[in-house]
Design a protein around this ligand. Structure first.
Ligand SMILES: Nc1ncnc2c1ncn2[C@@H]1O[C@H](COP(=O)(O)OP(=O)(O)OP(=O)(O)O)[C@@H](O)[C@H]1O
Length: 294
């Protein structure tokens, strides 16, 4: 079921197909979706369901075998010049930052993309400085990339994408291999980026992460969209998530395992069902509120 959001759509896929050379089955099959502007969209699904392929198609790195991919209604053109413009609007951070980083040092890598935009020297320097500061990379600016940890490489790769000031940021499993602290830092960076007006799409199989972060969710299965809807609606669709064996977000499960009385909130004389909490802090605060009322 594909629900259309009221927000204007930035990116649309219409009946898109993609088959890898030599493969006998399509990785993306008759896929239609719309990415709402201003939202945090999570693309969910098992390994191999087509998340990375979808993002590579969205960035124009792969060309669909059939169907149309459009930006605000204008179909993607695959000539080098059009693709260059396309990629100024849409930035993609790869699952593996090693595939993204091309230069010798942090500073050179971030400058590389800026030089390709043919900006003036002063604009390049200004954007480089701003990006190093935004991503807290000043101390690493001259560090060779091969000396960096994976988490640092991810930060540099994301910084390189954001230096180009895209309107839409695509992230492929951005928290893979990151520890909890690095994940927290990344999510804070994403909050800042989103707060500055960038629409974000994140492909992930981490349901807990998506649950706490997304306001829109798309579930992929075998190269097709099964559902595209408000994240709360998707996470409340127990039948679908269980059928796909995707599991349920941990906080959602804890909340629903609590006795009914915990889950209702006093509102005057009425008691209303609250929506499940999105963070552990929210859950704790609601439990304390409940104990306080007893
Ligand atoms: N280079 C390739 N050549 C042939 N088939 C590929 C290639 N890359 C991916 N595939 C196949 O395409 C399908 C979709 O893969 P894709 O990497 O897009 O899935 P994914 O949802 O991103 O998986 P994961 O969560 O493991 O990253 C899978 O069946 C995969 O085996």
């Amino acid at each position: 079921m594909i629900i259309l959001d009221n927000s204007p759509s930035l990116l649309q896929f219409e009946n898109v197909f993609y088959t890898y050379p030599g493969a006998n089955q399509a990785a993306i099959e008759d896929l239609s979706l719309s990415i709402p502007a201003g939202k945090r969209t999570a693309i969910l699904g098992h390994n191999g369901c087509g998340k990375s392929t979808l993002l590579l198609l969205a960035d124009g790195l792969y060309r669909c075998s059939a169907g149309v991919i459009s930006w605000q209604g204008k179909p993607m053109q695959y000539q080098a010049r059009s693709l260059n413009q396309w990629r100024q609007r849409i930035g993609l951070a790869f699952q593996d930052p090693e595939q993204q980083l091309v230069a010798a040092t942090v500073e050179e890598d971030i400058s590389y993309g800026l030089c390709n935009l043919q900006l003036s020297q002063s604009e390049i320097v200004a954007r480089l400085d701003q990006t190093l500061s935004d991503f807290n990379l000043q101390e690493l600016a001259n560090r060779p990339l091969h000396y960096l940890s994976l988490g640092q490489k991810r930060r540099v790769a994301l910084a390189g994408v954001m230096a180009l000031q895209p309107q839409l940021l695509l992230l492929d499993e951005p928290t893979a291999y990151l520890d909890r602290l690095q994940t927290r830092h990344l999510m804070q960076e994403l909050d800042r980026i989103h707060g500055n007006g960038t629409t974000i799409v994140m492909a992930t199989h981490d349901l807990d992460l998506a649950y706490g972060w997304a306001d829109w969710a798309i579930v992929l299965h075998q190269g097709r969209v099964l559902v595209s809807d408000q994240a709360d609606q998707v996470f409340n669709n127990v039948t679908l998530l269980e059928q796909l064996e995707l599991g349920m977000p941990t906080l959602w499960e804890i909340w629903n395992a609590l006795p009914m009385a915990f889950r209702d909130t006093a509102n005057g004389t009425l008691r209303e069902r609250e929506s499940p909490p999105k963070t552990v802090a929210e859950l704790r605060s609601r439990l304390m509120q409940y104990q306080h009322c007893q």
